[in-house]
Design a binder for this molecule. Structure first.
Ligand SMILES: [Zn+2]
Length: 299
């Protein structure tokens, strides 16, 4: 008997029960082909139902195998979610709009014979948006607010060239077009007769700041609850789980928005924060579960 035979004899009971990996199975089979002595042992083991390992002995092996499989799955899931969170964050950063402040040459305004107005942007503008603003009292005339931006992503991949937009009057009434720089500077009137009392500033949305504050408060309160219930296992574990959500939201906000709480592109920023924080909370929940399993095993 060679050294290899010894190894094969050790492995055979597991091999017969299909409890070895495919690599090990191949190794065993290769040896059996060349070694008559081991082949005999294997044949004996395979035909006699009295396998050397009893069912009771096999149980721990099966649970071990299951837990190994579970660990593998957990690792794959964790990696996938982390990678997704990183990709979404990177994409959000790359496509984050960088608004152009108003300057000569950023756009040109042309009045058309049908009273509409065509605004053509300079080449560096890759995106624009206009908002139709009406006075609820109906006193002031119709006005449009235009903003223009590009992003890191656009500078790398998009080459849209000059873009233009045509704005039309409504009911034959004259209208005003403002350019919004989104930097707390006054809107610039680029077309029409600006009313005397105007001079508006487009203010950023503050709602992300409120959400941040609410999540911070929730995290704070849950931490107090955790402290109160820290000796009661099941309550503590649930508080720990719930607490991961506000914590992930705060993390998501910091990743997408940095320390800014104001936003000029609110729905977009909020959507990215939600996506990243959801991925992070799944990741953290899984980690929390793994930690619990580990603690149970060591107890
Ligand atoms: Zn052998």
């Amino acid at each position: 008997m060679t050294n290899e035979c010894n190894i094969i004899r050790d492995l055979l009971p597991l091999y017969v029960e299909h409890l070895v990996s495919s690599d090990t199975a191949e190794f065993v089979e290769a040896h059996l082909k060349t070694c008559a002595a081991c082949r005999k042992v294997h044949a004996h083991m395979a035909e006699s139902d009295s396998v050397s390992i009893s069912k009771e002995e096999m149980l721990p092996l099966q649970t071990l195998r299951k837990s190994l499989l579970r660990k593998k799955l957990q690792t794959i899931l964790l990696t996938a979610m982390l990678v997704a969170a990183i990709l979404v964050s990177a994409f959000a950063a790359a496509t984050s709009p960088e608004y152009f402040p108003y300057s000569e040459g950023l756009l040109s305004v042309k009045e058309n014979p049908d009273q509409s107005v065509t605004i053509t942007f300079a080449d560096q503008v890759t995106c624009y948006r206009y908002t139709r603003c009406t006075d609820p009292d109906g006193n002031a005339s119709l006005s449009y607010e235009i903003e223009a931006w590009d992003s890191l992503w656009d500078r790398w991949f998009a080459n849209r060239g000059a873009q233009s937009v045509t704005l039309k009057p409504e009911g034959g009434q004259p209208f005003v077009v403002y350019y919004t720089s989104n930097n707390m500077e006054q809107n610039v009137c680029i077309y029409g007769q600006e009313p005397a009392d105007s001079g508006s500033i487009s203010t950023p949305r503050l709602v992300l700041g409120y959400y941040f504050a609410i999540a911070s408060l929730a995290l704070f309160l849950l931490t107090i609850l955790w402290f109160l219930f820290r000796r009661r296992d099941s309550a503590r574990i649930w508080i720990e789980r719930i607490r991961l959500f506000p914590a992930s939201y705060l993390l998501g906000h910091l990743i997408i928005q940095g320390t800014h709480t104001i936003s000029y592109s609110m729905p977009r920023d909020f959507l990215y924060i939600l996506t990243v924080s959801l991925l992070l909370s799944c990741t953290l929940l899984l980690l929390h579960g793994i930690r619990l399993q580990r603690r149970e095993r060591t107890d």
